[in-house]
Structures are given as structure tokens and as C-alpha cells.
Design a protein around this ligand. Sequence first.
Ligand SMILES: C[S@@+](CC[C@H](N)C(=O)[O-])C[C@H]1O[C@@H](n2cnc3c(N)ncnc32)[C@H](O)[C@@H]1O
Length: 221
Amino acid sequence: MAQRHKQMFYIFAGPLMRANGAFYRAVLAPRGDEVVRVQLGPGQKNYLPGWINVDANTFTGKCDVWADLRNPLPFRDGTVDAFYSHHVIEHLPDLRAHFDDMFRCLKPGGVFRVGGPNGDMAMRKFVEGDAAWFIDFPDRRDSLGGRFENFIFCRREHLTILTYSWLEELATTAGFIDVRACRPGGETSYPSQFTPEVLAKEPEPTPDCPHTLIVEARKPA
Ligand SMILES: C[S@@+](CC[C@H](N)C(=O)[O-])C[C@H]1O[C@@H](n2cnc3c(N)ncnc32)[C@H](O)[C@@H]1O
């Protein structure tokens, strides 16, 4: 969707999503007696059965809760066991608020796994002059700088550069512990939450130089 259509969508649908998220949180959200796993931003093809999938796009994708992730998450305090998001947080304007809110919603001992464009690796590949590492999405560019810009800003859809130290700062400031970077698609400290079905949503063309930076952490028990 063109950027200006997206902006129009959020202007018109924003109040409805805010109301829907608030209603879900107050009335329908689980109270945490059972295992609650939440995926934020499943998009068109990453819906996870058995998880509560939250997205603004309920038209071309599939989700269980229609909500804007720029608002407080539609879950009660201390009721979620695991949050998962893949290529979503770089679209959010206030990552500090987002990490604080994941912390609020998680049960003691709850965990998150988030991933997005790997800013550390992109900068390394830029300095190495490895233009071939950068992908032709969303646009095809010829120059090294153009390919770098395309990867980082994605037609201005991305609002930040994700690096490990930035995510670690956000997580530890929110109160998380055991912050760790993981290999996409295969490595997790929490295999009971992030099962092979979840990890399968993380295709990585160059596992040794991953395009996606994945970070996990835990709320103290
Ligand atoms: C790049 S897609 C990633 C989809 C999927 N997780 C994947 O890895 O293929 C980003 C997703 O986040 C959702 N998203 C972005 N900003 C959002 C917001 N403010 N509120 C709710 N969903 C949002 C989009 O609708 C989209 O489904």
C-alpha cells in the first residue's frame, strides 16, 4: 500500500482501532489463568494458530485482534506468557513505550522475541562494500548507498535503525533481563514458547550474516 494511503488508513481507522483495542483489553482479553501467547503484526502470511495475533491489517491479512500497536497493547497487566514480533517494531514511533508495555503485559518470567532489519549487519556490509548482501526489496537499487538506504528505510516505512545495543538498552531499561541476540530461524532460549512452527516464520537467506536481528529477553520471575 502506498505510504499516503497507509497514512489515510491510520487517520480514519485509528479511532476505531483504539476503541476496539480498549474494548478487547477491558472485556475480552485473557485474564492469564491459561497460557497466553501473542504475536504482534502477523501480516499477510505469518498467522500463528494457537496464538493471539494482533494487527492493524485485517483486510489482506488475518488477525484475531484488530488494534493499532502505537496504542497501549490490548492486554491486562501480567497476563501474557510470550510476545513474538517479526519485522514490526521498526514501524513503531515509540519503541521505549512499546518495550515498557510488553513488560507491563507479561507475567513474571514471561518472555519476548522480536526481530527486524539488522542494522548492525547492514552497516558492516556497507563498510565492506558488499552490495550483493542487500536485497531488492522494496525497490531495486544499483549503488551500494542506494541499496543500504533501501534496506534501512524501506520507502520510509521504517522509523528507526535496529541494532543490538539499542534493543538491549530498550529491554533493560524496561526491566527485562537475559537479553540475547539469536540466530533467525533456529536459535531460541525459550523453545517451549518459540517452537519450530514459530521459528519457521524467520526465513534467512544468509544465516552467517543475517538480514534479521532477533533479540529475546525475559521478565524477572
Ligand atoms: C513488514 S510486515 C511483517 C509481517 C510479518 N510479521 C512478517 O514477518 O512477514 C509488518 C506488519 O506489522 C503491522 N503493523 C505495522 N504497524 C502497525 C501498527 N501501528 N499497528 C498494528 N499493526 C501494525 C502491519 O500491518 C504488518 O502486518
